[in-house]
Design a protein around this ligand. Structure first.
Ligand code: ZN
Length: 113
């Protein structure tokens, strides 16, 4: 699964790994998701990784990761006010040391298993 929830001494947070190269996704603007009619979904960096996913999965549809994130929040009833409230809660978690302020610094580097 390319979306996982990390529990690490440096914080807890969800992250997405590329299904092609297995590296951490750090920039939604440089990431796509691909899917099919059967519920299949995969994530990949734009360029070489997204081309590899096309070949590997055969999924016919793709779009930018930021569209996936907006669609997910919309389809789960999380509007802008909800996102602002969640961001405030996240800030409180950071203040208590329960969440990472910099996910890239706290995430395991290298390949996901
Ligand atoms: Zn990649």
């Amino acid at each position: 699964m390319s979306i996982i929830y990390n529990f690490r001494p440096t914080g807890m947070f969800p992250v997405i790994y590329c299904d092609a190269c297995k590296d951490l996704i750090e920039d939604a603007r440089n990431t796509v998701f691909v899917w099919d009619e059967n519920g299949g979904i995969a994530f990949g960096h734009k360029g070489e990784c997204s081309h590899a996913l096309d070949w590997k999965t055969g999924f016919p549809y793709w779009d930018d990761l930021d569209i996936f994130l907006v669609s997910l929040s919309t389809n789960t009833g999380c509007d802008l006010r909800g996102l602002k409230a969640a961001k405030q809660r996240h800030s409180e978690f950071v203040a208590y040391g329960l969440a990472a302020t910099d996910v890239t610094a706290a995430s395991p580097k290298g390949k996901i298993q």
